[in-house]
Write a protein that binds this ligand. Structure first.
Ligand code: MTE
Ligand code: HPA
Ligand code: MOS
Length: 778
């Protein structure tokens, strides 16, 4: 017989994103590309023009009379609940009835024949307010006695006082870390098509179709089984479509049912930026005690976040900031507290890393503080504090770090990037005192994988094998560019041993897999890959039973080989085998399920094992800074990142590169700015600068660790990759910090706040110069 070829698209092999060609040729279908049925209407929000106040009256007669307007919807038109809080706190109305809570808050929706007509009409409302005092940032909120939007978390281990007593050195300071707009290429969009009775179908750009479904049902006052939510793909989500799609989905559905016509809701970029939440910015007060060798003895940290007017996901986001405030470092004595502050701004939400990056950067700042205080290379301080053997392996939340590979990852990167020699050369070059100063930093990442809300760690799938041998694959995860569908299809191809082309990747829909979790926490592949494998294995088990009976063979004599099934010496092509099974009335469809084992978390006591495992990585970045203008560029970045046994090294590298650049953008040029009226003034790409292709590192070497596999039983021993490499961008920030420090002989920690925009870099240089250098101390 013929030599057995391997299947196309096997697991652990590089394979392009299933939609790559469609993405670049414009043939990939997004929500806005779905052909609009005749009679489709368009909805647009009218918004508040103050940051905080009582709503006295809304005169919408001008809106209603505008050309093309079909109607206006306010809170009074909601048949069910005027509440879209994703965490059941009832603090998130679709439309407010008494109090306006932020500038730009949607107050009503205009429904018109065209989107342009709706947008123009929305401007014609006459709204009377009684203005109330407002606060826009976390510090002002604390000063004004504003409440927490959700209960704070405290993580504690050891005895801070004892740790401090043992440590000869101590530094207390504050760091301000900015937020970030998601800037997905495809903005928020929902397209609702009314059905009979109470039914409605919503095509929605969302990471969380089940959430959108449940919210639409809640707002319409109908059971969830009346609502279908579909999404084939998103043009990026990055956390911004885990809960923030709710208002668009609900209002589109509300209008569709009200007028019994299809209704599309798509804000323009300005409204997308002003009316949807962003990454939380933090004000972090840290207090670190350490010895003369730079070993940390005690850490106390308070993490105050600008949450916006409602809780949204701020609880788990600020929790995750604390879970990552250790990064890769062991703190013998530690106390961390979160302060999720209410503010009169849009409600902040999930964004890649989900609060983790804000925790990690605090850890890295403390390391830098220690290094400057002792006049040492920060990398040595990092290494001195890494988690280690028993006794130095316990996190602030009492989970043991059992899979630690950070030491090896950092050592290998240090060598491959030639860190020490380059740092010496840079210090020598900077000592010449030129206008251009350079900096280099090598920073580690450890990131916990799992939703910290344990119940989210479940997934489902649905697989049909049609009797021609083609396979229909569905699962609860959503595709946002990360390549989830390709990876899950690889898993199914591997299970059946068929070419991946045989597997049809289909849209995510609440009709096929119910009660799904958000595709988030980087867990999409871990969860849905396992659920899909479960379904495939069920069908395979039935096929094996069938073959055992038909051929009178032992199950051990039946093997799935590439594109065929082998029974003893007989090889039957997969298609023929499936047809035979169908004729013998074998059930060729299965629903799969998976839940992550081992994890548990008790928030009240601050103890547990919230994470199934950790992903690790490190980056080394070199920058040059123009000390006359503060402008800079990234000259080179080297990355080594651990994805366990990669399911698809091509996609994983793409994730690492994209995450690095997005993380770099967060810490460099992306600045959100609210004025004293509470208006977000950076609400378009004209005023909000994300990295361009030309801003990427001039030399960019990205490698995946090839020697590690997940010690836990994850899908094919791979590790999650979506979020962890985001924090590799911190290497750029610390390299900038070094270049700034060089202007004062590295004598003081520059205490640069994030984002380190050119202005802020220039101000830090000026500040150091004004304070005067305390002498050369490289
Ligand atoms: N990659 C692309 N291209 N687009 C995205 O929107 N979102 C990120 C990450 N990578 C995102 C992305 C975020 S925030 C998460 S949580 C993960 O992908 C989600 O997908 P996964 O769980 O399948 O990795
Ligand atoms: N990560 C991302 N999204 C989430 C989480 C989390 O831990 N919890 C709830 N939504
Ligand atoms: Mo990602 S922030 O967990 O969607």
């Amino acid at each position: 017989m013929n030599k057995i070829e391997a299947i196309r698209g096997a697991v652990h092999s590089g394979l392009a994103h299933d939609s790559a060609i469609k993405h670049v040729t414009g043939r990939a279908e997004y929500c806005d590309d779905i052909a609009e049925p005749a009679g489709t209407l368009h909805a647009y929000f009218g918004v508040s023009s103050i940051a905080h106040g009582r709503l006295l009256s809304m005169d919408l007669s001008g809106v209603r009379a505008a050309p093309g307007v079909v109607g206006v919807l306010t809170a009074e038109d909601i048949p069910g609940h005027n509440d879209i809080s994703p965490v059941g706190r009832h603090d998130d109305p679709v439309f407010p009835t008494e109090t306006v809570e932020y500038h730009g808050q949607p107050l009503f929706a205009v429904v018109a024949e065209t989107r342009d007509a709706a947008r123009r009409a929305a401007e014609l409302a006459k709204v009377d307010y009684e203005a109330l005092p407002h606060v826009t940032d976390a510090v002002a909120a604390i000063e004004a006695g504003y409440p927490h939007v959700t209960p704070p978390l405290k993580l504690e281990r050891g005895d801070i006082a004892q740790g401090r007593a043992a440590a000869p050195r101590r530094i207390q300071a504050r760091m301000v870390v900015g937020g970030q707009d998601h800037m997905y290429l495809e903005g928020q969009i929902s397209f609702a098509i009314p059905g009979e009775d109470d039914e409605v179908t919503v095509h929605c750009s969302t990471q969380h179709p089940s959430e959108a479904q449940h919210m639409v049902a809640h707002v319409l006052g109908v059971p969830s089984n009346a609502v279908t939510v579909n999404v084939r793909r998103m043009g990026g989500g990055f956390g911004g479509k885990e809960s923030q799609m709710n208002i668009f989905a609900c209002v589109a559905a509300l209008a569709a049912k009200r007028y019994n016509r299809p209704v599309k809701m798509r804000p323009d970029r300005d409204q997308d930026m002003t009316a949807t939440g962003k990454r939380h910015d933090f004000v972090i007060d840290y207090d670190v005690a350490f010895d003369d060798e730079g070993r940390i003895e005690a850490v106390e940290g308070e993490f105050a976040a600008r949450c916006g007017f409602s809780a949204d996901l701020s609880g788990p986001v600020t929790d995750r900031a604390l879970f990552h405030a250790d990064n890769a470092y062991f703190y013998p004595h530690v106390r961390l507290t979160s302060r999720p502050m209410k503010t009169n701004t849009v409600s902040n939400t999930a964004f890649r890393g989900f609060g983790g990056p804000q925790g990690v950067i605090a850890a890295e700042r403390m390391i830098e503080e220690i290094a400057y205080d002792l006049g040492r290379d920060p990398l040595d301080i990092r290494k001195a504090n890494f988690y280690g053997e028993e006794g130095r392996d316990l996190t602030p939340y009492h989970q043991r770090v059992e899979d630690n590979v950070i030491g090896r990852v950092v050592d290998e990167l240090e060598a491959s990037a030639d860190y020490r020699a380059r740092r010496e050369a840079i210090i020598a070059e900077n000592a010449k005192g030129g206008v251009i100063r350079r900096g280099i930093a090598l920073t580690p990442v450890k990131f916990g994988i799992s939703f910290t809300a344990t119940h989210y760690n479940q997934a489902g799938s649905l697989i049909h094998v049609y009797n021609d041998g083609s396979i229909h694959l569905n699962h609860g995860g959503t595709e946002m560019g990360q390549g989830l569908n390709t990876k899950v299809a690889q898993v199914v191809a591997d299970a059946f041993q068929v070419d991946i082309d045989r597997i049809r990747i289909t849209k995510t829909t609440t009709e096929k897999v119910p009660n799904t979790s958000a595709t988030a926490a980087s867990s999409g592949t871990d969860l849905n890959g396992m659920a899909a494998r479960d379904a495939a294995e069920q069908i395979k088990a039935r096929l094996v039973d069938f073959a055992a009976e038909k051929w009178q063979a032992e199950p051990s004599e039946i093997r799935f080989i590439p594109n065929a099934v082998q029974i003893r010496d007989e090889i039957v092509p997969f298609n023929d085998f499936v047809k035979l099974a169908y004729m013998a009335r074998v059930h060729l469809s299965a629903a799969g399920f998976y839940k992550t084992p081992k994890i548990h978390w008790d928030r009240a006591s601050g103890r547990g094992r919230p994470f199934y495992y950790y992903a690790y990585g490190a980056a080394c970045s070199e920058v040059s800074v123009d000390t006359l203008t503060g402008e800079y560029q990234v000259d080179r970045t080297d990355v080594l990142h651990d994805v366990g046994r990669s399911l698809n090294p091509d996609l994983d590298k793409g994730q690492v590169e994209g995450a690095f650049v997005q993380g770099m953008g967060w810490l460099t040029t992306e600045e959100l700015w609210w004025d004293d009226k509470g208006r977000l003034r950076t609400h378009a790409p004209s005023t909000y600068k994300i990295p361009l292709a030309s801003d990427r590192p001039r030399v960019f070497n990205v490698d995946l660790v090839t020697w590690n596999e997940n010690r836990e039983n994850s899908i094919k021993r791979s590790k999650a990759v979506g979020e962890p490499p985001f924090m590799l961008g911190i290497s750029v920030f610390e390299a900038l910090s070094m270049a700034v420090a060089s202007t004062a002989g590295y004598a003081v920690c520059p205490r640069l706040d994030a984002p380190a925009t050119p202005e802020r870099v220039l101000m830090a240089i000026e500040r150091l110069r004004a304070e005067g250098s305390k002498g050369q101390r490289p």
